[in-house]
Design a protein around this ligand. Structure first.
Ligand code: SF4
Length: 554
């Protein structure tokens, strides 16, 4: 009768982090084979099984014994902490079996039971540092040549991986972690976040947040896992977090996203994607490409022979393919600033509606081939600019005399052109409103219509707040419903507000909405719910006939 090998990863060591299948497997086995400390950790789950526990460096004899016992017909549990397939016993047991000519169909049955590896358990205690591409590197050179470990560290450092170092240090191996730090500092900032987790989810657990420069000033030992952040990783409130990249397309502090679902996978929304990059670089002829490839291969061989660093190999290969010097700097592999889509709206001014040719040229330069421009009904042009440097974009637009406004749930002032500036009495008040309230964040986007005479030909009364200058004073309209089949004008709540009061009155209304409005609640709904805003009473003027709202496209 054939036995069975159950190769079990029991996770970090706490009972609640052992999987159900691992518990069952331990309990259904006849014999437990493991490193002494690991056997002690699962003692509470044992139900009288035979135990074979040995010390460190006895892994091979444990694997051989397990195979022998299984071949005798026993169900044998070989236990590892973490995951049995990540620096655990799974690979070694298979190697011992293969040496004996084992075949899957005819040999003893093998089941590998996964567990939580240290990279995962430690990451959960640090926050979310492994949210992007990551690798594990064991610094133990007992079985792996240090020259190979060194290459792996350098490659991972260049490629901006989050790195989890396993086995960073022991009584005798003390230099490896210092060497690893030295290599990393060639490619990463000294401020790169680093998390040191010792004995995750065990009695003597400790978590230390530090950085690449200072990490060796803290205790690092056999039971420590060292998690090195990538170039985007940051600390926040004692948490170590690596962004996944959502900020490239999404605005995380707004519920309404700049890119609608159907726009998110469009080419122009992903200027960094492979296809976009290929389109940007004119294709070489096949022969030239083949020659470049061959040259790159020759260079890599030569570089390997002269023990060049992986960075140098990559740099030379890139030069060979592009056929020119690319000037790759020491840190350029990982220190390129992250590009994202920067959104804002521009207009020539509060009253001015005329763009100059120079302004249009500035827009074309700033937005470039990969950005977008969209004229909106708010008398603005909305820009989507792929950039790693929004400040530079702002500077250029300001230099071209644009009025800049943020996008999203903010206040937008829509003024008329005051008859091309001829009816100018109210313009200073519109400008003051823009200066005091323009762009402030609110529960939902809010538009103030501001018209310079009773004609109100720019439709001020159709906006959330309407202000109309008439006979030297202002009329105030509140609560228009600007969209939908039941759209209606705002209700007039005051006539003849003195010019020196209009800004403060509106400011108080906006402030009340900001403080008391529910998230996503439009102003007309807020006014209807609150019944009174800044002392102005709501009057129910909606038609008694029930009008069904229709969704877009219906
Ligand atoms: S609302 Fe009056 S001031 Fe403004 S553009 Fe129209 S007519 Fe001119």
């Amino acid at each position: 009768m054939k036995g069975k090998l159950l190769i079990i990863g029991f996770g970090p060591g706490s009972f609640e982090h052992i999987t159900e299948r691992a518990r069952e497997a331990i309990q259904e086995s006849d014999m437990i084979i493991g490193y002494k400390t690991y056997v002690e950790l699962i003692e509470g789950l044992l139900t009288g099984q035979e135990i074979i526990s040995t010390g460190m460096t006895e892994e091979v004899s444990r694997a051989q014994e397990a195979v022998k016992q299984a071949e005798r017909g026993k169900k044998v549990a070989v236990i590892s902490s973490g995951d049995a397939g990540v620096y655990g016993m799974a690979g070694l047991v298979y190697e011992v079996l293969i040496e004996k000519g084992w075949r899957k169909e005819t040999g003893v049955e093998v089941e590998v039971i996964p567990g939580i590896s240290a990279i995962n358990s430690c990451a959960s205690l640090l926050g979310a540092p492994v949210m992007h591409d990551a690798c594990t590197i064991s610094l133990s050179d007992h079985l792996t040549p240090w020259s190979l470990i060194e290459k792996r560290i350098e490659a991972a450092a260049q490629a901006d991986f989050v790195i989890a170092f396993y086995n960073p240090k022991s009584g005798r191996r003390t230099r490896q972690i210092a060497e690893a730090q030295r290599i990393l500092l060639q490619y990463r900032s000294p401020d790169t976040p680093v998390g040191l987790v010792k004995s995750a989810y065990r009695d003597r657990q400790s978590v230390v947040m530090t950085n690449l420069k200072e990490m060796l000033e803290h205790e690092i030992g056999m039971l420590t896992t060292v998690v090195i952040g990538n170039s985007s990783t940051f600390f926040y409130d004692d948490l170590m977090i690596t962004p996944r990249g959502y900020q490239r397309k999404y605005t995380l502090n707004q519920t309404e996203q700049p890119l609608k679902p159907h726009q998110r996978l469009r080419k122009e929304a992903e200027p960094w994607a492979l296809e976009q990059l290929e389109e940007a670089v004119p294709a070489k002829s096949e022969a030239a490409a083949a020659e470049a490839k061959a040259k790159a291969s020759r260079m890599e061989t030569a570089a390997t022979a002269t023990k060049a660093s992986s960075r140098e190999v990559a740099e030379q290969a890139l030069q060979a393919i592009l056929g020119e010097s690319v000037g790759v700097s020491e840190n350029s592999f990982i220190q390129q600033p992250m590009q994202s889509i920067f959104e804002l709206a521009v207009s020539p001014g509060v009253a001015n509606k005329k763009f100059t040719p120079k302004q249009m040229m500035t827009l074309a330069e700033v937005v470039g081939e990969d950005g977008n421009m969209e004229y909106t009904r708010d008398h603005q042009i909305k820009l989507q600019v792929p950039t790693a440097n929004p400040d530079e974009v702002i500077e250029k637009l300001r230099a071209a005399q644009f009025l800049l406004s943020p996008i999203g749930d903010v206040l937008t002032l829509k003024a008329c052109d005051f008859c091309d500036g001829e009816k100018k009495d109210a313009i200073p008040h519109a400008e003051e409103l823009q200066e005091r309230l323009g762009g402030i964040e609110l529960p939902k986007e809010l538009k103030i219509g501001f018209n310079g005479c009773g004609m109100a030909c720019y439709g001020a009364v159709q906006e959330d707040i309407g202000i109309v200058y008439r006979k030297g004073a202002f009329d105030l309209f509140l609560g228009a419903k600007t969209v939908g089949r039941s759209a209606h004008s705002g209700q007039i709540v005051a006539e003849g507000i003195a010019p020196d009061q209009i800004v403060s009155v509106v400011e108080e209304i906006v402030q009340e909405y900001k403080e008391k409005g529910y998230p996503n609640e439009r102003f007309y709904k807020f006014f209807k719910r609150a019944k009174r805003v800044r002392g102005f009473e709501y009057q129910d003027i909606t038609p008694k006939l029930k009008i069904e709202e229709a969704a877009c496209g219906d």
